[in-house]
Design a protein around this ligand. Structure first.
Ligand code: PLP
Length: 487
């Protein structure tokens, strides 16, 4: 399968090569040149999660051998056999739990697979080994470390802002194992850290230096097609699982509700629909940073707004990068239109789609948002009424679903649960009305166990006993030293 750039549809690459590149040279994102057809969905009801994922990946990466082996290894570290369990929480209401991986959040679903795709491409086609650089505000860094840990022909260096991550996130990263991993703190904020990484990426002299040592830089960020493709699989899996359990009949259309930030997760659902999955509405749930709600309602995207730090930090965004892939479809694959919109965003901080596009958006999507107070209420109410414990991101989705259900009460709906409540124990406990003063990360997790009667994830228990391996702190102008240290 070939992919094309959203900003130049003449520019094409084999999907496997696009994964190594990350982003197109013109700044566009790689998208499939056509959508493959899932075919008869019954066959997926006989497959395990890993088999489903390998089947979906094979529609894009027909030139990569051993996809079954890749997905089996990728998901071996997950804490449950189903990988992404679909749990019934009400009449016609289901939770798909995407947080049974090593970091307790949904980024593991793709970041467990991407490094193994890269190694397979290198082994088959040759080329330099890959050195992954990540600047993280918390979650992505840890998920990438876990994904690349001890994967052949790769090394990974993660930088985090010294005072910009939570204690839980810091502990997750500095206790990372693996012989090809390195984590460093940077004196500065997230912007400093990200700017430092971008400078290294574009420093040609430095690229030569690491080239002599047999490495080239690559990135694992969420616009890489190698992160999008594995995410399509869990939508197919959820649908097949509901068929298997007799909750839906083949062809019955269902809704998915997705707590959204960079638009990667919900875009994968949209792709699954294009590939033939019977989806009625995709419900795009935002927190107080509700730029997407406005876009879906009015058809214009504007950066002229305040940025808020919320209790669902992985959804705190102003620029939702993956939306560009949806714009390309809305523009009926007219790359000139996409270039115009992206230029508008860069120069004027805004763009708009036409009325035809807005109509087609309304066919596929419903969008709404949830305030901080409503997020806490959703956690409390869902726990009290259903005995189900939500994290702060999934709570946003639950609140928006309850609003949407008023207009569509009968369609069976899967709420996509993106993090374990144990990843955000302070906020979850506070939502339940508990006192959290003077409790450290582990004490909070223990208290959450007691209060909710749920089990502490084994990933957290294991972390407690691990040594803190990485203690180096760099000034932002010295970040290259950290890279050199790993070679
Ligand atoms: C990254 C993340 C999201 C947002 O996903 P996008 O693909 O960026 O829309 C939601 N919830 C959690 C827990 C996340 O880590």
């Amino acid at each position: 399968m070939q992919l094309v750039s959203t900003r130049n549809s003449q520019y094409r690459l084999e999907a496997s090569q696009a994964v190594m590149r990350g982003i197109a040279p013109d700044g566009g994102l790689f998208v499939p040149d056509h959508f493959p057809d899932l075919g008869d969905l019954s066959r997926f009801t006989k497959m395990s999660y890993c088999e489903t994922a390998a089947d979906v990946l094979s529609m894009f990466f027909s030139d990569i051998n051993g996809l079954g082996d890749i997905t089996a290894k990728a998901y071996a570290a997950f804490d449950c056999e189903e990988t992404a369990p679909v749990v019934k929480t009400g009449s016609g209401e289901f939770m798909m739990e995407l947080w049974h991986g090593p970091t307790l959040a949904f980024k593991d679903m793709a970041l467990s697979v991407l490094p193994r795709l890269m190694t397979a491409v290198l082994n088959a086609q040759g080329g330099k080994n890959v050195l992954i650089l990540v600047a993280t505000s918390g979650d992505t860094g840890k998920a990438a470390l876990e994904g690349f840990c001890d994967v052949d022909r790769t090394k990974i260096v993660v930088f985090y802002p010294n005072d910009g991550v939570s204690e839980m996130q810091r502990l997750q990263m500095v206790t990372q194992g693996g012989s090809n991993t390195y984590v460093a703190a940077v004196n500065g904020n997230f912007d400093d850290t990200q700017t430092g990484v971008k400078e290294i990426f574009t420093d040609e002299k430095f690229a030569e230096i690491i080239g002599e040592k047999g490495y080239r830089f690559s990135s694992a960020n969420s616009i890489n097609f190698g992160r999008l493709a594995p995410q399509i699989a869990y939508y197919v899996w959820a649908y097949a699982d509901l068929m298997r359990k007799g909750e839906i009949t083949k062809g019955e259309r269902i809704n998915f509700v997705v707590p959204t930030g960079n638009f990667g997760n919900i875009l994968a659902a949209y792709y699954a629909k294009q590939m033939g999955l019977p989806v009625k509405k995709l419900v795009c749930a935002s927190n107080r940073n509700n730029v997407l709600t406005d876009f879906f309602r009015k058809g214009d995207y504007s950066l002229e707004r305040d940025f808020y730090k919320t209790m669902s930090p992985s959804m705190d965004i102003l620029i939702s990068s993956n939306l560009e892939r949806l714009l390309f479809e809305l523009a009926v694959r007219d790359d000139q239109k996409v270039r115009d919109m992206m230029d508008g965003l860069k120069s004027g901080g805004a763009y708009a789609v036409g009325s035809d596009a807005l109509k087609s958006l309304e066919e596929d999507f419903y969008a709404d948002w949830c305030s901080e107070e409503e997020t806490m209420q959703a956690i409390r109410k869902t726990f009290n009424e259903k005995g189900y414990l939500l994290d702060t991101h999934t709570a946003v989705a639950m609140h928006v679903y309850e609003k949407y259900r008023a207009v569509d009460p009968d369609t069976k709906t899967v709420i996509v649960s993106t993090a374990s409540p144990y990843k955000f124990p302070a906020e979850v406990l506070a939502s339940l009305g508990e006192d959290i003063t003077d409790l450290d990360t582990y004490m909070l997790a223990e208290k959450l166990c007691e209060v909710s009667g749920t089990q502490m994830p084994c990933q957290l228990v294991a972390m407690r006993d691990k040594p803190q391996r990485f203690t180096d702190v760099y000034e932002k102008q010295d970040m290259r030293e950290a890279v050199m240290k790993t070679l």
